[in-house]
Design a protein around this ligand. Sequence first.
Ligand SMILES: Nc1ncnc2c1ncn2[C@@H]1O[C@H](COP(=O)(O)OP(=O)(O)OP(=O)(O)O)[C@@H](O)[C@H]1O
Length: 467
Amino acid sequence: MADASSPPAPAPLGAEDLADARLAPWPASPWPAPRRDGGGGRMNPLFTILPVSALAIGLVLLVAVAVILVATRRARPRKVDAGGSCNGDGKPGAPTSSCSSHNTRCGYAAAAGVGCIYAGRLGFSAPPPPRSRGAQVFTYRELERATDGFSEGNVVGRGASGAVFRGRLADGTPAAIKRLRLDHRRQGEREFRIEVDLLSRMDSPYLVGLLGYCADQSHRLLVFEFMPNGSLRSHLHPSASGGGGGARQPLDWATRLGIALDCARALEFLHEHSSPAVIHRDFNCSNVLLDRNLRARVSDFGMAKLGSNKADGQVVTRVLGTTGYLAPEYASTGKLTTKSDVYSYGVVLLELLTGRVPVDTRRPPGQHVLVSWALPRLTNRQKLVQMVDPALQGQFALKDLVQVAAIAAMCVQTKAEYRPLMTDVVQSLIPIAKPTPAMSCSSTPIRAALEHVIFMGSSHCGSKTSS
Ligand SMILES: Nc1ncnc2c1ncn2[C@@H]1O[C@H](COP(=O)(O)OP(=O)(O)OP(=O)(O)O)[C@@H](O)[C@H]1O
């Protein structure tokens, strides 16, 4: 029985009350109170819109999450695996030797040393040492695709260390892909390591940029910016270069001076704006490449050496390089300094002036070696004019010719210490190297604004400016 003093028990809600409770007006709702829809009345739009929008929002969110997941998987740069293994496709699997890198100065050791490319496994090992620039790691398959299976038709040149192919990367970037021959002397492997190590930490508009590399199992490939006008050699000495590139107009005086200045700036950068200094060691006209505006950039760092910290920066090393370009003291003793490059630069300057190759045994006696033939003429105005490439006659002012000849003469002096610094060469050439119309619309000025930025031995990372 119910206690009379206690409050009355609430009457049980009837079906109608429940219905009314559901139909209680929604406070602050902009919509009219929903009506029970039983007899064909208009449904409150909230009933329709809310569940539909919730469903739509949910779907959109799901799709967005899926897209983000896919995008981050794709965008995640393939990393050099510090301890993983991979097979030729860059998939985990095939055993390789350990890739742990002790080289904290650069990221090449793990990549180049044992050929492990991380592609697809989340790494739990220590992150690889930072690569200072955007040199990308490619799989062999990717480069195969970029070059139509390394087809003969895409060969743009062949050097001692392998063939160079024209290619187009997946994002459309044109590239020169150098497939190194790995011989028993492991010179190709050494060259690969040096190029990746040095070029991925240097950035200058006067060096051919390294876009990436591939160290997939036994394959070693280097991917460079494509230089559509090939090597300086193919322009100056087309017959000696196997005629590659077809018939070409001889380079004119202004273009040659521009090339001389670009090369001087490249070497200035290596010698005086890099720490420690980099000695190219094989500077010659095959390693000077020309862009579409005939601006020059220096390539081929496979033989480069870091200068020592001693006052004279001298290192003693095996004599490597190209005949006709070797500084006498380096050729005879193996003592290498930045002044060895200055000598080689002088030889290239003489080639630009005369159109002659450094060594030509088909010429009369006394004219075989360009330097010996040219030196006495460089300081004699009359002989000087006669020694100039006949293709240049009438294009230069005598005072400019005398100035260039004086620079060349200084560079090829027998005594290394009397040769100028590359900075001096740059300063001497600036007033006489006037930009041609082609040069003034070159791609280089943008890069030139970033000139002389170097990240050697620094953890500071810069991204590479594209050409
Ligand atoms: N980045 C590039 N863009 C366009 N062509 C290139 C590029 N790199 C090289 N080549 C072409 O390939 C040729 C061979 O280049 P490579 O660097 O292999 O050999 P090299 O310097 O001529 O000789 P070696 O390596 O024996 O000193 C060059 O002469 C040039 O014609």
